[in-house]
Design a protein around this ligand. Sequence first.
Ligand SMILES: Cc1cc2nc3c(=O)[nH]c(=O)nc-3n(C[C@H](O)[C@H](O)[C@H](O)COP(=O)(O)O)c2cc1C
Length: 182
Amino acid sequence: MNVALGVTGAIAAYKVCELTRLMVREGWAVRVIPTPRALDFVGEITWRTLSQHPVASDAFARGEDWKPRHIELATWCDLMVVAPCSANTLAKLAHGLADNLLTQTALACTRPLVLAPAMNAAMWAHPATQANAETLKARGATLLDPEAGELACGVRGTGRLPEPVAMMETLRAFAARGEDAR
Ligand SMILES: Cc1cc2nc3c(=O)[nH]c(=O)nc-3n(C[C@H](O)[C@H](O)[C@H](O)COP(=O)(O)O)c2cc1C
């Protein structure tokens, strides 16, 4: 399975390092697409090493290929995953914004989209965030709902990214469906 893995500027980005390892161990090809903010949390070299592939983060990077990167990634992948998905990126996806490589790829992608929101409990509970999550679900995206517990920002509540092993179980179901369709 070819996975376009979008990563956003949320503290749980560190957990997605492990998710990337699990995907690669599964034999999947992974292309990590960090937002510029995500690179403040986990650096390009970590994503490159764990995914065993160069990392695409700049939509306007000069390269050898003539094809726009977002189109290439959107047509290459069998599945697009955004984990962790920040409140900001969730809002952009709900409204069809395309101002970085991740959001451009998501807009151009016709494959299944799995989103794993992770944020402070008040941000998750905010009516704007809830409305954006509902919009995306109604449009066919799969949301891995954040879990309750201790949050990195120091409060308890709902907003935690599920553990990588649990996320993999959901993603394996997509892989199985893809194989059935072949
Ligand atoms: C230390 C720190 C931690 C943050 N953690 C989160 C988070 O867990 N979830 C979230 O939605 N935003 C979080 N933010 C805010 C986002 O980084 C901010 O909204 C950013 O613009 C997201 O950009 P992106 O969606 O393009 O990656 C955090 C900000 C800081 C400074």
